[in-house]
Ligand binder design. Sequence first.
Ligand SMILES: NC(=O)c1ccc[n+]([C@@H]2O[C@H](COP(=O)([O-])OP(=O)(O)OC[C@H]3O[C@@H](n4cnc5c(N)ncnc54)[C@H](O)[C@@H]3O)[C@@H](O)[C@H]2O)c1
Length: 254
Amino acid sequence: MNQPLTNKLALVTGSSRGIGAAIAARLAADGASVIVNYAASPQRAAAVVDAIRKDGGAAEAVQADVSTAEGRKALIAASDQAFGGKFDGRLDILVNNAGTVEFGPFLEAKEGAYERHFDLNVRAVMELSHEAAKRMSKVGWGRIINIGSAFGEGVPLPGVAIYVGSKFAVNGFTRALSRELGALGITVNGVQPGPVNTEMSPEDGPHAPLMISRTSVGRFGRVHEIAHAVAFLAHPHAAFVNGENINVDGGWLA
Ligand SMILES: NC(=O)c1ccc[n+]([C@@H]2O[C@H](COP(=O)([O-])OP(=O)(O)OC[C@H]3O[C@@H](n4cnc5c(N)ncnc54)[C@H](O)[C@@H]3O)[C@@H](O)[C@H]2O)c1
């Protein structure tokens, strides 16, 4: 079996379900030892880990709320201990996937909406990237992959202003950081999904028909289709791809 990520430690934030779970499974299938981070659902994280192990992969679940500084610190400390301490001090592949969205008119935004969007969708991405980059620069190899959104480049419907602000920030951060880290052997790229069938964005939700009509393939995406793009970026042969935000959006932004 071709396993290009053997002996790499991968951390996928928010990977107990949805897109993150598919990314964790795919990176493990490609040989990485994967930290399955979750905030609040140990059973679901355990199910993701069990499925990976059943398929012959390596994974460990780590609880941490990455929207807080304490959570991020605890996550990195736990990653050092994981897999018997085999990867202590290393972090080869960071996938910043955890994210949140609150739909609704801007004038009716709920108290704390800015903090909830920006602490998780932006600050966690920046601070975990900082920690990862320190570690990756010591070995001269690394992959930082940020899960943004097609809403990080285009705005097809109202009611998403704060989320869009946060995902545009991720798009810009990804491109800007790639300029600083490329010469160190670290690539920084993003994947920007269009509508993908998850609990965040169910294909039978109220906005689904509008979203489908904006794609050219005429359907919602599947989580493994996002994971495939992440696996491409994580692959050692993708070393010449840097500062790119790949739209996996069924043609939404074409
Ligand atoms: N589904 C879509 O249509 C879509 C489209 C564009 C972008 N995205 C992006 O893809 C990523 C994953 O989305 P999804 O659809 O799988 O969503 P989801 O809500 O199904 O999953 C999000 C995951 O993040 C975890 N999480 C939430 N807060 C956390 C925290 N504080 N700390 C750690 N983990 C936390 C959740 O537990 C969950 O596992 C997000 O960044 C989202 O913005 C999704």
